[in-house]
Ligand binder design. Structure first.
Ligand SMILES: [Zn+2]
Length: 431
């Protein structure tokens, strides 16, 4: 009995110890998974401050920079996107012989570092900051050939949600992923589809932000497009929706440029290749696939500029953004230098491409739907009518236009067959 009692005490003590240890382990686990690093306000601007700084920069350099704000909305949801245009001396900005570059930052709300990079690039363009190894004179020669449009914060509404504490939010202000809302292969869902991450919206281009970006891309018609993200370090080219890169000259040229960037500014550790092939999952309805396939931008890229794979899944600020001063500065220095390398090499690579591009311009068709959408958006903005009306109006016009096309083709067919009937039924003239 005494022995049994002693055994029981031992058993009791060991069970208690085990339970205590378990509690500690669990507490530790909970601490690790629920702890999320807050936004480092010493390093990062608020969205308001960042846009204010950019606005002031534009005011100080009217000879180089211009700022436009484009608004759109539907079903009670409104969005605005600020676009900064860089054009040296503000002369020949519409000269179509210049190389046109379109850069977008902050498409996903939680990737704050990307908008800081936009600010850095604009500061270097306006010569308020400098790249360590580039002489201002050589920079000026490079930039003389270019018109650069920068969208510093594509997803302002989503970014505001992040600033209000939802540090893992990547979607726009009503829960749609702006990098799944484009029309190339839109709406296809993979097995691991997570609506919190990748909700593509109710239709392609359902979101005002995507509509604005499409209109901007179609009217500006860039030679180079870069969609800047964070979460990893990679230099992606099309395609995102399939596990392959495009064929031919354009593809080789993109890959060559990416390899040079990897060597020059990524210490050869950036992943290179198609987004769909390299990242391990396919993405449908992305901006870069649309830019390449529909807008026919010869050099279309997605860059991932920083990622901390050791951060816990819920620690989004740390996973997507550098949290210490030296990493923050290194990322901005490396990647702004990478962009200026693109500004320098891009035109050189495109020179070879130019002749071919001019020849193939005839097949650069934009569908009637694309054209009508762009046209109607412009009209609506001009007259300030509501987007709900636009939505319905657009659908009706598309339907009428299709009917009109169909009936024209039918009429033409009837007319032609009538003519050929007359022609061949006419009695042969005797020789
Ligand atoms: Zn992203």
């Amino acid at each position: 009995m005494a022995i049994r009692h002693r055994n029981f005490s031992l058993y009791y003590i060991s069970v208690s110890l085990f339970a205590c240890l378990q509690i500690f382990v669990n507490c530790d686990d909970d601490l690790n998974s629920s702890y999320s690093t807050p936004i480092n306000r010493d390093l990062y601007h608020s969205s308001g401050d960042l846009m204010e700084m950019i606005k002031n920069l534009v005011h100080r350099h009217p000879d180089k920079l211009r700022m436009d704000t484009i608004e759109a909305g539907n079903k009670g949801y409104n969005a605005e996107i600020t676009v900064i245009t860089y054009c040296q001396g503000r002369k020949d900005c519409d000269d179509r012989s210049k190389i046109r570059v379109l850069l977008s930052f902050g498409q996903h709300g939680r990737e704050l570092i990307t908008s800081e990079l936009a600010l850095r690039i604009l500061s270097i363009l306006s010569e308020e900051q400098f790249l360590p190894n580039m002489h201002p004179a050589s920079l000026n020669n490079t930039l003389d050939e270019l018109v650069i449009k920068v969208v510093p914060m594509e997803n302002l509404n989503g970014r505001k949600l992040v600033e209000a504490g939802d540090l893992c939010e990547r979607r726009n202000g009503r829960g749609v992923d702006l990098n799944r809302n484009w029309s190339v292969d839109w709406g296809k869902k993979e097995k691991d589809y997570d609506p919190y991450e990748e909700n593509p919206g109710t239709a392609s281009f359902s979101e005002p932000e995507t509509q604005i970006m499409r209109k901007l891309a179609l009217s500006f018609d860039p030679h180079i497009w870069v969609n800047v993200h964070s979460g990893m370090e990679a230099l992606f080219m099309p395609y995102d929706h399939k596990n392959m890169t495009p064929d031919g000259l354009a593809s080789n040229r993109m890959r060559r440029l990416l390899e040079e960037l990897n060597e020059g500014h990524c210490q050869k550790h950036c992943m290179i290749g198609s987004g769909g092939g390299s990242v391990g999952y396919l993405a449908h309805g992305t901006a870069t696939d649309y830019m390449f396939d529909v807008v026919r931008v010869p050099m279309s890229f997605t860059f991932e500029i920083y990622g901390d794979s050791s951060a816990s899944a819920k620690d989004c600020f740390k996973m997507f953004n550098p949290i210490d001063h030296s990493t923050f500065n290194r990322v901005l220095n490396d990647w702004s230098a990478a962009f200026f390398m693109i500004f320098k090499l891009g035109p050189r690579y495109l020179d070879e491409f130019q002749a071919k591009a001019t020849a193939s311009n005839a097949d650069k068709w934009v569908s009637m739907d694309e054209y009508l959408d762009g046209y109607l958006m412009e009209r609506t903005q001009r007259y300030g009518r509501k987007m709900e009306v636009l939505d319905r109006g657009m659908q009706e016009i598309r339907t009428y236009f299709r009917l009109f096309l169909l009936s024209s083709v039918l009429l033409m067919f009837m007319f032609c067959s009538r003519i050929s009937k007359n022609k061949y039924s006419r009695p042969a003239t005797p020789s």
